[in-house]
Design a protein around this ligand. Sequence first.
Ligand SMILES: Nc1ncnc2c1ncn2[C@@H]1O[C@H](COP(=O)(O)OP(=O)(O)O)[C@@H](O)[C@H]1O
Ligand SMILES: O=P(O)(O)OC[C@H]1O[C@](O)(COP(=O)(O)O)[C@@H](O)[C@@H]1O
Length: 325
Amino acid sequence: MKRIGVLTSGGDAPGMNACLRALVLTAHANELEVIGFQRGFNGVLDQEYQTLSPYHVSGIIQDGGTLLKSARCPAMHTEEGLKQAAANLHDLELDALLVIGGDGSFRGVLELAPYYQGKLLGIPGTIDNDVDGSDFSIGFATALDTALDAIDKIRDTADAFERIFLVEVMGRHTGYLAVAAGIAAGAEQIICPELASELDLDKIAEHVEQARKHRGNCSYIIVIAETMYPGGASALAVDLEQRGIECRASILGHIQRGGRPVGADRILATKLGAYAVEQLVQGAHLMMAGEINGKAGLYPLALTGDKKKQVDSYLLRWQQQVAQY
Ligand SMILES: Nc1ncnc2c1ncn2[C@@H]1O[C@H](COP(=O)(O)OP(=O)(O)O)[C@@H](O)[C@H]1O
Ligand SMILES: O=P(O)(O)OC[C@H]1O[C@](O)(COP(=O)(O)O)[C@@H](O)[C@@H]1O
């Protein structure tokens, strides 16, 4: 193995740069050349790439975003796109491709596999944390802290005005961020796909009324995962007002994807970037480098999207049964 490629794909996540740094340093130590593709799989198709040396990744461990930029790439959903991507990788004489992204990007890798002769490896990088085979994905810890910082501030004004707030957090199909942020912010309600596939407005309203009966007028925060309500938290606020529950909606949005990675993300990213390259050298193929119980390990890429990983049911139950008011 002489030359490997790397790209960051899908939603960017804080810590992707730290991962690139570790990966390039480890490749250098193993006398491997690294080619970095721009804007996810688009860079492979458009042949936009650069050689990455330790010099290029020096001083980026603390930076949010990704040096290589990220994007979604619809062409990878076509056979033509997949064949072209494989041909371009072969032309560059790449022995392997490493993809830092979420389970969507890994599906892209699996689709590419029949056409590409080199080795393929994934590293989980998404704020959603919805990748099986790793307790945490790169970016989740930072996104959680960003959401918490915002919710704590909302709590201040909610306390002052004795107001009800709906705070919408990201997490396309899963509630990892909503549950973690809701628990850590001491939210009165958490609404996420794992708890309810459909929302019951009457139940939400009743919960608020019960809380106010127990505590009097008080701040009350509902953390809700995006996509839980048609039109989002703003539409839900309007519909709750019609039931006599006056509330404000706050949508945290893309600020959750930005910012300097927190220590936990830098450490995870460094571990997984280094481990992925070491495993490549050992011959790993069609695997993801993840971390379970603090230990780096390989997990089949084909299983990373199975959605078997669960949100913390212990904390969820506690929040619902004990801490609800
Ligand atoms: N089934 C698929 N076949 C081929 N490529 C895919 C597939 N699913 C996702 N991809 C590629 O991975 C990219 C990122 O996927 P996406 O689901 O948006 O993000 P994430 O990797 O963060 O989950 C897509 O834009 C596409 O290029
Ligand atoms: O940046 P976009 O294209 O609006 O996508 C938003 C989505 O990306 C995410 O931030 C990250 O998701 P992925 O990592 O799966 O791409 C989701 O939480 C959110 O639903």
